[in-house]
Design a protein around this ligand. Structure first.
Ligand code: NI
Length: 185
């Protein structure tokens, strides 16, 4: 089932999400909905808070990009970044910030511990686009958005668009939860 995506000014995007204690039927259903919603938007990553669930859970699939065609879709539960290496600037966007893009500096590779879709412990190193998407989605679990990481000048450039998102003046090509603040303006 495609579920609506929460937008920029929504409180759920600013909360510290809670760890999962296992994968039950309800989590499996949530995962299915998240993949369906992500593919249909379309996007390459989606974190549970973006669909209104404050849980440490994310899905991603970057195989639509030609150089990553062999990369399998991933379910990441309770991730923990244990080491980082290098730095790189890359343009990012976000389904919770429709129409916005910006250059964000982040570590170029990460070592991460997490649980997979069977709730089995995994540990691996990621680089390139995978490291980028993982860090962006893990930020969502900590109530952080990519615009929080823009340099001052870049941030100023998108401020108007952020205000428009907060007041509900935007167009998205997928179902969204209209920000509560939009009703007051
Ligand atoms: Ni995002």
């Amino acid at each position: 089932m495609i579920v609506p995506i929460n937008i920029y000014s929504d409180d759920v995007l600013r909360q510290q999400a809670l760890p999962l204690e296992g994968v039950d039927k309800e989590v499996e259903e949530l995962l299915g909905n998240m993949f369906e919603t992500m593919y249909s938007a379309p996007g390459i990553g989606l974190a549970a808070p973006q669909v209104g669930r404050s849980l440490r859970l994310l899905v991603l699939d970057i195989s639509c990009m030609r150089e990553y065609a062999n990369v399998k879709p991933m379910v990441v539960i309770n991730p923990e970044i244990v080491a980082v290496k290098g730095y790189r600037s890359m343009e990012e966007g976000c389904l919770s910030l429709p129409g916005l893009q910006g250059d964000v500096v982040r570590p170029s590779s990460i070592s991460m511990k997490y649980r997979d879709e069977h709730f089995e412990g995994q540990s691996a190193e990621f680089s390139g686009l995978l490291a980028r998407v993982l860090q962006h989605e893990i930020d969502h679990l900590d109530g952080r958005l990519f615009v929080d990481r823009l340099q001052k000048k870049e941030r100023r450039k998108v401020q108007k668009e952020l205000d428009a998102l907060a007041s509900g003046r935007f167009i998205a090509s997928y179902p969204v939860v209209v920000p509560a603040t939009a009703n007051n303006t």
